[in-house]
Structures are given as C-alpha cells and as structure tokens.
Design a protein around this ligand. Structure first.
Ligand SMILES: Nc1ncnc2c1ncn2[C@@H]1O[C@H](COP(=O)(O)OP(=O)(O)OP(=O)(O)O)[C@@H](O)[C@H]1O
Ligand SMILES: [Mg+2]
Length: 264
C-alpha cells in the first residue's frame, strides 16, 4: 500500500515545490515508484518537472481527476518525467494548469468536498510506493483535500520570522482536519528552508523552530537550487553531491526506513 505525503504550508515561497520535486526524484532513485501531484494552479511543479506546454496535457491533468463525473481514466492523466534514465518507470506526475483555480471554486458546492481527491487517489494508491502532493500557498479547499487524504505531512518553513509565525495557523488547520476528517494523519515535522547561515536572524528563527517543532532537516539557500529549472531538472539529478542534494537524499532515506519522526 502506497504512502501519500502532503508537502504543505499556506505561506508562499517556502520551497514546497522545490522539496516536492527533489524529494520525489530522490525516492525514485531509491527505486521507489513515485507519483507527484501538482495541486497548485500556478503549475510550478509541472514546469519544474519538464512539462512546459499545457496543450500537451489539455483535458488530462489534475482537473480531470477532480471532476464530478470524470470523463477520462485517471491513468491517462499520469505522465512519465525525469531526465535521468534511472528514473524511467519510477517517476511520474499528474500535472496542473491554471484552470485549477476555477475547479476549486466549483468543488466548494459539492457534497463531501474535502474528500474529492481521496476518492480519486483510492483508484491508484496501490500502484505507487509514494504519492507526493505539492500544495498551493493557501489553506483553501485544495490543501484541505490534500491533508484529508494524506498519510503524512511535511511542512517546509523558511528560516524567517514571518514564516515561523504562520506555522501556528497551519497547526490549527491540521489539528481540525485530524479531528474531523483524517485522524490518522501523521505530522512528520518541519523542514527548515532557504537557510542563510551567516544571517543572525536566520539562526534565531532556526533555534525557534527547533524549540517549538520537530525539525526533520535544514536546507541551506544555494544558487544551485535554481539552476536546472529551465531544463526541467532537479538539483538531485545534476548536482547530486551538493550539500542540499545530500540533505534531501537523507530525508528520502528517513521516509523509506521510517525514522523521519524520531530523527533530529
Ligand atoms: N535551497 C534553495 N536555495 C535557493 N533557492 C531556493 C532553494 N529552495 C527553493 N529556492 C527557490 O525559492 C523560490 C521559492 O521556492 P518554491 O517555488 O519551491 O516555493 P513554494 O513554497 O512552492 O512557493 P509557492 O508558495 O509560490 O508555491 C524558487 O525560486 C526556488 O527556486
Ligand atoms: Mg509552489
């Protein structure tokens, strides 16, 4: 039975998409079958994964699986990705398009609206080892759907005071979802991101994160993180030995061997 992991934080620009992409590649390189879900109408993950032309997946994307009466089979919305040939047969994506924002509005009017994604994924959960969901920067229905069907959640948070403050609202939402919809949701913890070691403020916030949350890992700010995006490549693929790649690969190993919650 596959594990569904949500990468969530309503705060924008905290590296949700970057972590979803690179962590998925790292898991796939460990020979796990991984499906990435782009739940953001900005479609950043779709672009990062190398799917550049929305016409190529028009009518067969994340919207198709959320429709009240889906007109296409969910398997037709799944695309192979990854530049590295070792990813062949291991890494896949269900892409997003801008119209997802409109779809989210329509979903508000439906019964059991927070379980729509869960219902769709139940058809394919067994076909993957991991389904990793990139959530949008809002606590709207898409994030709620993700948290309602996830087995676990990872929260990327910038080492920045305003991002730290925003975690409280997310904690409250997660607590409510656990109480009302998904009691088994496992909070793996926070990944501190975009950390700049030389900045006093970043170190102060890093300490605050450690005092208040389980910090799984800290990922430094590094220019290499942006380099492969245009070519649809993760930094795990083109800079595997870089410190930030090593950190992501460690998180992947912790997920696989089940130590992600205890590891400090
Ligand atoms: N370790 C890093 N070092 C430098 N830049 C990074 C790093 N991680 C992510 N970035 C950059 O920071 C920006 C925000 O990252 P990303 O898009 O992953 O965040 P996000 O939380 O998904 O944003 P949004 O809320 O808009 O969806 C991007 O330009 C990304 O390339
Ligand atoms: Mg994003």
């Amino acid at each position: 039975m596959g594990e569904i992991i949500a990468i969530a934080n309503q705060k924008g620009g905290v590296a949700k998409t970057t972590i979803t992409h690179n962590l998925s590649v790292a898991l796939a390189l460990e020979k796990k079958r991984v499906l990435m879900l782009d739940l953001d109408s900005q479609a950043s993950l779709t672009f990062c994964a190398g799917l550049k032309n929305p016409l190529d997946y028009d009518g067969k994307n994340i919207i198709s699986i959320l429709e009240k009466r889906p007109s296409v089979d969910i398997h037709e919305c799944i695309y192979k990705v990854g530049a590295d040939e070792r990813l062949e047969n291991y890494l896949y994506i269900i892409p997003s398009i801008i119209d997802l924002a409109q779809m989210e509005n329509e979903m508000y009017g439906r019964t059991s609206r927070e379980r729509i994604l869960a219902k769709a994924l139940s058809q394919i959960k067994d076909e993957f080892d991991y389904i990793i969901m990139d959530c949008p920067p809002q606590l709207g229905l898409m994030t709620i759907n993700a948290l309602s069907c996830a087995d676990s959640v990872i929260v990327p948070c910038k080492t920045d005071y305003l991002a730290f403050r925003g975690l409280q609202q997310l904690e409250e939402t997660i607590a409510e979802i656990k109480e009302l919809v998904n009691p088994n949701l496992d909070v793996y913890g926070v990944v501190a991101t975009l950390y700049q070691m030389r900045l006093k403020q970043d170190n102060e916030v890093k300490d605050m994160l450690n005092e208040n949350y389980h910090v799984i890992a800290t990922i430094k700010q590094a220019a290499v993180a942006k380099k492969g995006i245009i070519d649809g490549m993760s930094f795990i693929e083109f800079a595997p030995e870089h410190e930030i790649s090593v950190t992501i690969k460690q998180i992947a190993k912790m997920i696989i061997n089940g130590t992600i919650k205890e590891n400090k």
